[in-house]
Design a protein. Structure first.
Length: 204
């Protein structure tokens, strides 16, 4: 009986050690998954419109003639990778509608973003005090799937002063980047229509 108990104690200690080791690895990886966008205490939505969630998909409805933004106010981001699957709603406009990933977000009028539209164009830019500056002008991208209700995978990779953008696994841009301390990450959708997002992931 004593031997059995001793073995059990050793086994419990081993299991605990494995758990702690795995937890430490996860902490060092600092990986965040899409559900963090759905938790009310950490998520903030700006500029009107609305959001709904169903089966792991977040729908971001844009306010009329404006851009809806949702971001995680508890998660600062500097170096790392942001990725998400995104698609336009059925009523999105081929040219006017945009969706995208925000990063380096200071507030609703100052942020960087990667954006696409249903016609197959993508662009990278930064908004500073509500003044838009193109980093990469709007242009056609052959790997971007066109149309509404079609999923595309967007990925932003930041390492030091270098920004790389991938669309559906293909590098679409590489260039210089300047970060802002405490900048946040999020999603955006521009009227008309709405955008769906899933499989959101942020990795340091």
């Amino acid at each position: 009986m004593t031997v059995s108990l001793s073995k059990q104690i050793k086994l419990d200690i081993l299991v605990l050690a494995v758990i702690l080791t795995f937890s430490g690895l996860c902490a060092r990886a600092a990986e965040y998954h899409p559900d963090f966008m759905l938790t009310g205490s950490e998520m903030e939505y700006t500029r009107g419109g609305s959001i709904t969630t169903e089966s792991g998909v977040l729908n971001l409805q844009s306010p009329i003639n404006s851009t809806g933004q949702v971001y995680n106010k508890a998660l600062p981001f500097s170096d790392g990778t942001i990725s998400v699957d995104a698609r336009f709603s059925k009523n999105a406009d081929p040219v006017q509608s945009h969706l995208g990933v925000m990063f380096n977000r200071v507030d609703s009028q100052s942020f960087w973003s990667l954006q696409i539209n249903p016609s197959g164009k993508f662009m990278i830019g930064k908004c500073v005090n509500n003044v838009w500056q193109y980093i990469h002008p709007s242009s056609l991208l052959f790997v971007l799937k066109r149309g509404n209700m079609v999923w595309n995978t967007l990925s932003v990779q930041i390492k030091g002063s270098t920004l790389k953008v991938f669309v559906n696994g293909t590098e679409a841009y590489s260039g210089a980047y300047t970060s802002v301390a405490g900048g946040k990450v999020g999603l955006l959708s521009q009227d008309p229509g709405s955008a769906d997002f899933k499989n959101w992931k942020v990795t340091y």
